[in-house]
Design a protein around this ligand. Structure first.
Ligand code: ARG
Length: 365
């Protein structure tokens, strides 16, 4: 197995041992730690890597969430469902399991946090890679006059998919196909079956004309472009999801000027004067757009949370972590919500951040 060592570098033995020690300490299985450490050290020396037990994988994936310093939703890190698909490395197999992941996570609207872990980088070669940022994303089609139909953040993926032979209908909310590179395979595209992608059309509780904007969003945010790192082992394909916080959709995806840029249209509906910044038309439109998102998901029976609730929960999470004797790494610039920041308790304090492992690590695009 010198092949693995020379090609992609062997697993770092110290990182492996550090992870195993933490696993056994936190699991209350300290008596088994030294035998496992000996076996893993031997396996790494022989093969360049080691295979996690199912328990180590489950714990590692959950702690990767716990260590995600940008995530406000970590209170429920222990509830993450871990789908162990380490035997899957081919593109078609990965795509099929991503569809199964979406169905399990969607759960008819009662969204469950799920991760699917595919084959790691190892002696048999690199693990598979999902090139889509998320399992569900909308296409973006550049128009003649510089505008984009759809999600401007989807333009790159749309171009790749189109280049591979996919054809979108050219609408504002076309679900992109998954872009998957299997082990020793070229990138391929796979259309998601429509019944695996739950979406919510947006309406406003007291503005009947809001529905006419034709806005919608999908139920499950499933990040698929990060590498899961556990004890020195890299899992390049490990899509994971929680549920949405309303502001992600209402204050960013649909509102940012380099995304759907809907504030002017919403302000028009509200009859606001958009020529004068000081009328705060953007702020007022933002609030109503976010009201619409939370209202529509709730009406549709799809799990969603608001930023006030989530900010409070995050502070309980911090307190819990501290009483467990851990410091919880947090990045203020990501934890603080993009709407009404100072009206939430997470705004009024600072955090210590740290780049811990296990974790989800951003890949070069
Ligand atoms: N912000 C991203 C989006 O709007 C999703 C990131 C993960 N979000 C989550 N609630 N788990 O699609």
């Amino acid at each position: 197995m010198l092949l693995f060592r020379s090609r992609s570098g062997a697993v770092d033995e110290d990182e492996a041992l550090r992870f195993l020690e933490e696993f056994h300490t936190e699991s209350g299985t300290a008596e088994r730690a030294s035998a496992r450490a000996r076996a893993v050290r031997e396996e790494i020396r022989r093969t360049g890597t080691y295979r996690h037990t199912p328990q180590e994988l489950e714990y590692g994936a959950r702690v990767a969430w716990r260590n995600s310093s940008r995530c406000i939703g970590r209170l429920y890190w222990r509830s993450l469902r871990v789908r162990d698909r380490r035997d899957v490395a081919d593109a078609a197999g990965v795509a099929a399991e991503c569809v199964a992941h979406l169905r399990e996570a969607t759960n008819d609207g009662r969204v469950r946090p799920v991760i699917t872990v595919f084959a790691p980088d190892g002696p048999e070669g690199k693990g598979p890679v999902i090139h889509s940022d998320q399992l569900v994303r909308y296409a973006g089609y550049p128009g003649h006059l510089g505008g984009v139909t759809g999600d401007p953040a989807g333009v790159g993926a749309t171009r790749i998919a189109t280049g591979l032979g996919w054809q979108g209908v050219g609408g504002p909310f076309d679900v992109l196909p998954l872009l998957v590179e299997g082990r020793d395979e070229p990138v391929r595209w796979f259309a998601l079956p429509p019944d695996a992608v739950l979406e919510v059309p947006l309406t406003h509780p007291d503005l009947p004309t809001f529905a006419g904007l034709g806005l919608r969003w999908h139920a499950v945010p499933a990040v698929s472009n990060m590498t899961l790192e556990i004890g020195g082992v890299k899992y390049p394909a490990a899509p994971f999801n929680g549920w949405y916080m309303g502001t992600e959709i209402g204050a960013r995806n649909l509102a940012d000027t380099d995304r759907y840029d809907m504030l002017p249209a919403v302000a028009d509906l509200l009859g606001l004067d958009t020529r004068d910044d000081a009328t705060l038309w953007r702020d007022r439109a933002l609030v109503e757009l976010n009201v619409a998102v939370l209202h529509s998901f709730r009406e549709a029976g799809v799990t969603i949370t608001d930023h006030h609730t989530e900010a409070r929960r995050f502070l309980s999470h911090l307190a819990r972590e501290e009483s467990a004797g851990r410091t919880c790494p947090a990045d203020w610039t990501w934890i603080v919500p993009p709407l009404s920041a100072s009206a939430t308790p997470v705004f009024h304090r600072l955090y210590t951040d740290a780049d811990l492992r296990p974790n989800f690590v951003r890949r070069a695009p």
